[in-house]
Design a protein around this ligand. Structure first.
Ligand SMILES: [Mg+2]
Length: 327
């Protein structure tokens, strides 16, 4: 049973029936809860389907202009010491790939579901992030089998146009979103993996499938995922508040980590926001763990911008209160 299923929540039928965003008043309250908590605020945001409109072609995904503006604003607000806000883009893509699509400095990029990471300083060129990326060396042993599988599976299937192979060093992802029948395509990939494993004697490669509806994502089995990545971010930055935004199965892990952290520390304001729309409904497991919903990736930028305004306003209030007013 998945962690999400074990955690319970609303029944899937109830969850899936509504595609409405949370009421405006509810979303405003969520913003004021986050902005009103002690600094820093940690913002953890997924890329595909969250900062970028969902696309059948992973190579075509682009951040929405409003989300990019909002992230730049938040990065500017996080430039002080100590920072008022810390932003982390947490994705299954590689750091170099996602940073090139987001193009915002002053934020953290966590790629391959947290297996690799880098911070792009404000003002630094995006291309420089590749040499800043750190990946734990203990996963190096997975690089060769991941490469054998990347080449072998594509060749076994005859390089079909619906298959997008994403090489990520110690991991490899086979995306099948462009197939007419996604479930059938996933089954073909799984069967091809088994054939390549047999052909190359890859019986102990230590790679296992991570979460995903339209991808077979093979990662080091002990690498953890977004759950562990969010735990590390919270431990590193000791935020007064944390919000995670996502739209897919891998974000279930991030949402669980936020909910576990707020349960463990009642002072922590932890919130989860699912991006769930008609075009691309979020999975039921994610909706069951979401405190609020946005209807589309197009709504993420405006929501983040509103969060930035609320942060600026509470920061000004606090400065005013500590700036010589009556005790
Ligand atoms: Mg996503």
């Amino acid at each position: 049973m998945s962690r999400a299923a074990a955690a319970g929540g609303a029944s899937s039928g109830e969850v899936a029936s509504s595609i409405e965003a949370s009421p405006a008043a509810e979303r405003r309250r969520l913003v004021s809860d986050l902005a009103g908590a002690p600094a820093p605020l940690l913002v953890v945001v997924d890329f595909d389907g969250t900062l970028a409109i969902g696309s059948r072609d992973p190579a075509a995904a682009r951040i929405t202009p409003s989300a990019q503006r909002a992230l730049r604003q938040l990065a500017a607000q996080g430039a002080g010491l100590p920072p008022r806000v810390v932003v982390a883009v947490l994705t299954g893509r590689t750091v170099a790939d996602v940073a090139d699509r987001v193009r915002v400095g002053g934020i953290e990029y966590l790629g391959d579901h947290g297996l690799q990471g880098a911070t792009l300083p404000r003002g630094a060129r995006t291309a420089t992030i590749a040499r800043r990326v750190t990946t734990a060396e203990r996963f190096d042993r997975h690089r060769d089998p991941a490469e054998v599988l990347a080449i072998g599976v594509a060749a076994d299937l005859g390089d079909p146009p619906w298959l997008f192979v994403e090489r990520k060093g110690p991991s490899v992802a086979f995306h099948v979103r462009q197939a007419e029948d996604v479930a059938a395509a996933r089954a073909l990939v799984v069967a091809a993996i088994a054939r390549v494993e047999r052909a190359h004697g890859l019986h102990d490669h230590g790679l296992a499938h991570y979460r995903g509806r339209s991808v077979v994502d093979l990662r080091p089995v002990d690498a953890g995922g977004k759950h562990e990545a969010v735990e590390r971010l919270i431990a590193t930055h000791a935020p007064g508040a944390v919000v995670a935004l996502g739209d897919e199965l891998s974000d279930v892990d991030a949402f669980e980590a936020v909910r576990a952290a707020r349960q463990a520390d009642r002072r922590l304001v932890g919130r989860t926001i699912a991006v769930h729309g008609e075009g691309r409904p979020a999975p039921d497991e994610l909706l069951a763990l979401a405190d609020a919903r946005l209807r589309s990736a197009r709504d993420v930028g405006p929501w983040l911008a509103g969060l930035g305004r609320a942060l600026a306003s509470t920061t000004a209030d606090r400065a005013g209160r500590s700036g010589g007013g009556p005790d």
